[in-house]
Design a protein around this ligand. Sequence first.
Ligand SMILES: [Zn+2]
Length: 247
Amino acid sequence: MTNLRVLSIVLAMVSTSLNSLAQPRPIEIHDRIARNEGPNNRIALTLDACSGQFDEHLISFLVRNRIPATLFVTRKWLDRNPHGLAILKANLDLFDIEDHGENHIPAVVGAGRKVYGIPGEPDMLHLRKEVLEGARAIEIATGVPPHWYRGATGEYDQNAADEIRRMHYKIAGFSVNADAGATLSRAAVQDRLRRVKGGDVILAHMNRPASGTAQGMSAGLIELLRRGLVFVRLDQVDLIETESPPR
Ligand SMILES: [Zn+2]
């Protein structure tokens, strides 16, 4: 191999690593419920309302069965779903409504940054606006200010996560991805819920009524109740970050 060839390989390696320095990989945050003295049978159901519609079947099922849940909603979703909002407001004893941003922009910052093809924020000022305007819309709609944040896609640049925490929002990760963005069949959702154990934070969606989520969740959540698991909301517990990959 000529010296020139070696040099060009080294330069290519340096430029690849510089690129990855300039473009850090976003992190997906995984959480479980922090242990307390009692039995470890508590689980948290979290449902995202990104944009899109209102999954009335899913929410009615939770109301009928008195299953508490934490709902991460965007301003965009609130604006488009007044009927859904009215139902949530009639059941604030059951539902904790938290911040999923203003316009469902992922918490990655810098020109050209994307998660799953969705563009992130150009700078920190826009990230702050996404978080604060989402929170403001929830407070206006429900009278209760949110304390938890979950960014669009659930992935974050480290500096974006740090900024959100400096703004005094806790970031909500998850440990069981129940519906893969409302893309799974009823059977697949039910199957994923069978993996749930005490301490888990379940993630699913409440904005795609045509998906298999409501049917799969209804069947799967009943099984969890039968197994003696107890649903809690994020305004009742704290979460701890875990290294384990989600189930
Ligand atoms: Zn979302």
